[in-house]
Design a protein around this ligand. Structure first.
Ligand code: FAD
Ligand code: GLY
Length: 378
């Protein structure tokens, strides 16, 4: 008998697993297809910061969506513990965004009016984190910044989805999506299945399906290299952050140190130069890491888009096809909000107009933010 689902989700990273969970929880007959093992690609590489304040540079629809994502995590941990029996290892320490120059101070102080942000002098910052660099001129304290362990969040979503009835096929590569008259035929390495709707959530590899459905190829990898060290030497409660680099104290006692930004590099192995750069940067924030023992090192491919924002929504001409990809530096933070948005689209429930507009599936969207590209196309 041929298998037929309400929705087929392509990609078993955090975005695909969160979507499968939300759909299955809402009684949709759901299948998820993952080329390899669940959560082992970019999701596993992430530091897990839920950094709406750290990562968003303006107060736009994206910031609003990111803040919503952060709030959803307040209940997601408990819900996933109940649904899947997996602890997502949330750590509530907060974050210090460090300032080393007048420019840093000016930029950081633009966040002063946000309720969870407090500006600290260098002395006040060092009182809280005595092992941070003595070279700082001050720091923004983000009290409610938290982090989770992404692989566990992803596994919890996948296990929860299965418990709600979803079928998750690992090591099953989707080769092609074919539009039949009433449904989609999904051609996989294990045979064909059918679905009324398809949600493409295959991270930086989603471009294949964008191109197939006439939307061009808007994704590119931005490789990030990281390492972790064992810390049994110094107390560090808060994440230290400067210029997109960070030292994140995990619950296990390890510190996660990241990350480079290498656009266009499809190789997911770290190189010596990349690790050297992040170590140098981390030492400038936390000199004591010099003597810490290395635990692991790795790299992952952030799904980059031209405007740094994900594509979440329906194909402009085929409403059965939904995309949720391109979460760049923030896929962990945005997973619950993305899954909620996709669920609402599938169930024909309300979605904020600003979010639909900001993340719409429009191959020209990226040009809006790139005046030189706009000139070339006119
Ligand atoms: P992925 O995790 O890559 O999942 C996509 C999946 O689709 C893969 O498992 C792949 O095998 C599968 N797939 C691809 N093609 C097919 C196919 N044809 N058929 C079947 N399966 C397919 N974000 C944060 O919010 N906070 C952080 O602190 C953070 N830190 C980061 C640090 C680093 C070093 C990196 C690299 C990223 C970081 N990110 C962070 C970003 C975050 O990791 C990504 O945005 C997120 O993992 C994207 O999730 P995804 O599910 O879209 O992609
Ligand atoms: N959000 C952290 C990173 O992408 O490195």
């Amino acid at each position: 008998m041929k298998k037929h689902y309400d929705t087929a989700v392509i990609g078993g990273g955090i975005i695909g697993c969160a979507i499968a969970y939300e759909l299955a929880k809402n009684k949709q007959k759901t299948a998820l297809f993952e080329s390899g093992a669940i959560g082992k690609r970019t999701t596993s590489a992430a530091a897990g910061m839920l950094g709406a304040h750290a990562e968003c540079e303006s107060r736009d629809a994206f910031f609003d969506f990111a803040m919503h994502g952060q709030r959803l995590y307040e209940t997601a941990g408990k819900e996933l513990q109940e649904a899947a029996g997996i602890d997502i290892r949330r750590h509530n320490g907060g974050m210090l965004k460090l300032a080393y120059s007048k420019d840093d101070i000016t930029r950081l102080r633009e966040m002063d009016d946000l309720p969870s942000v407090t500006w600290l002098s260098a002395e006040e910052a060092l009182e809280r984190e005595p092992f941070a660099s003595k070279d700082i001129l001050g720091a923004s304290l983000i009290k409610d910044d938290v982090h989770v362990e992404p692989y566990y969040v992803c596994k919890a979503y996948a296990k929860g989805a299965r418990r709600y009835g979803a079928e998750c096929y690992e090591h099953t590569h989707v080769i092609e999506i074919k539009r039949d008259i009433e449904a989609f035929c999904i051609k996989t390495s294990a045979g064909d299945v059918y679905a009324d709707q398809v949600a493409v959530a295959s991270g930086v590899w989603s471009g294949q399906f964008f191109a197939q459905f006439g939307l061009g190829q808007p994704f590119f990898p931005v490789k990030g290299e990281c390492l972790s060290v064992w810390n049994d030497e110094i107390p560090l409660t808060r994440t230290l952050y400067h210029d997109h680099c960070y030292v994140v104290p995990r619950k296990s006692g390890r510190l996660v140190i990241g990350a480079t930004m290498k656009p266009g590099d499809w190789c997911d192995k770290p190189d010596i130069g990349g690790l050297e750069a992040v170590i140098k940067k981390a030492k400038s924030m936390l000199p004591a890491i010099e003597h810490m023992k290395i635990d692991q090192f790795w790299a992952g491919l952030r799904p980059g888009t031209k405007d740094g924002k994900p594509f979440i929504g329906r194909h402009p001409e085929d409403s059965g096809l939904i995309f949720a990809a391109g979460h760049f530096r923030n896929g962990i933070l945005l997973a619950p909000a993305t899954a909620e948005m996709v669920r609402n689209l599938v169930l024909n429930q309300e979605v904020k107009t600003e979010w639909k507009e900001a993340f719409r599936i429009d191959p020209r969207r990226r040009f809006r933010y790139d005046p030189s590209a706009e000139r070339k196309t006119n």
